[in-house]
Ligand binder design. Sequence first.
Ligand SMILES: Nc1ncnc2c1ncn2[C@@H]1O[C@H](COP(=O)(O)OP(=O)(O)OP(=O)(O)O)[C@@H](O)[C@H]1O
Ligand SMILES: [Mg+2]
Length: 216
Amino acid sequence: MLELRNVSYQIDNRKIIQEINLKIESGETIAVVGPSGSGKSTLFRLINNLISPTQGELYLNGDAYETINPEELRMEVSYLLQESDLFDRTIGDNLAFPANIRNDKFNRKRAKALLKAVGLGHYNFNTSVSHLSGGERQRITIARQLMYKPKILLLDEATSALDIHNSEKIESLIFKLADEGVSILWITHSNDQSMRHFQKRIRIVDGQIEKEEDLR
Ligand SMILES: Nc1ncnc2c1ncn2[C@@H]1O[C@H](COP(=O)(O)OP(=O)(O)OP(=O)(O)O)[C@@H](O)[C@H]1O
Ligand SMILES: [Mg+2]
């Protein structure tokens, strides 16, 4: 489904990503670990097509990235950023955003269900996100990201601001998507999380895959 062939990314003579080869199947769940500054988020930015490799190629279902319309690609490859990027309006405005950019009707029922699934069912759409805590904002961001089901979901420390109870809630929501065929790549610092449900773990060090482990 997704393939990286010999992908490098260089800025100012420094190779931040070095010759990465990786194949990801549909429904596969991969934990991405590695020290701070090793290139994990940069790898995700490449996979999300926010930046282009300075060497090598990426393919989605056999099509080279440069032949795919960037907007379409980003709808199939969804990237949940390291920091929450909600806009300071209401919860409803934020959850309606994915429909707006697609010129689609806001699915209020799905939004309600997702709000509940992330443990925020007690809020309504009119609540302003500026009043919410960091962890609550993070959970709204996750709900917004899941308004449409992507083919590949990239999560960058998506539960860093959450307590155990809420992390587990989010994990079960995410891994249910994997059962439905969504490929999951999840940058995580928590070893527990890596061990619990993932099929594979890759460790990035100095922009390279230092280790690829099968956890099944
Ligand atoms: N646009 C850029 N210009 C210069 N350097 C960059 C740029 N983007 C990333 N880097 C550098 O590349 C390295 C990898 O950054 P990246 O954000 O991918 O690390 P990371 O593994 O996600 O780290 P963390 O775990 O702290 O989030 C860092 O040293 C960073 O400073
Ligand atoms: Mg990062």
